[in-house]
Write a new protein. Sequence first.
Length: 203
Amino acid sequence: MSHPDSRIVDVILAARQVLSNRAVIQDAVGVEASLVLELPIPEPTGTFKPSRLPVTAFISQALENGVPETQPLRDAFAKAVPVLPWKYNYEPRADLPDLGLRMAWAEIIGPEAPYVSNQFCFGFTLIAPESLYPAHFHPATELYYVLSGTAQWVLSGTKTRYQSGSFILHPSNAVHAMQTSDEPLLAMYTWSGEDVVTLSKYA
């Protein structure tokens, strides 16, 4: 068993506090936050293999933005940055050849993460400015919490603009997409449901 890194422990605790604060409102987002909080956090069994991808050059800019309420989680995230395992694993797209340079995610808890769990996933998504995360879907229910940045989110054809401090819920297999503007988007995400193993597919 790997020894827990205090920086990772702190970012998990900060994320749980965010979810706990939101869970008191018993709407669809609050119910999902409560569900995630009830799932056990596994012991770290894997090794964190820090990595950097082209989009991680925007981390510093992302950390400078945001609203006061996202500051505690941004601070914890900033300390964990040196050990985060960033990745991008979509198939190449001819219409968006540089997509792999514009987005990535660092998963801390999940089926293939250092904290192995087949019950839920937890991590962070980073998207460069002026970038489109094309329409996609997945079996897992997904909850986003925006730490910094403003973007247009499309869920089942409905467009909504969300900014730092917002929660966004994507039901299982709902088609959704994101378009950033002139600043990077940094968001926490969780996946839950019966299938958190099947990866996203383009719509």
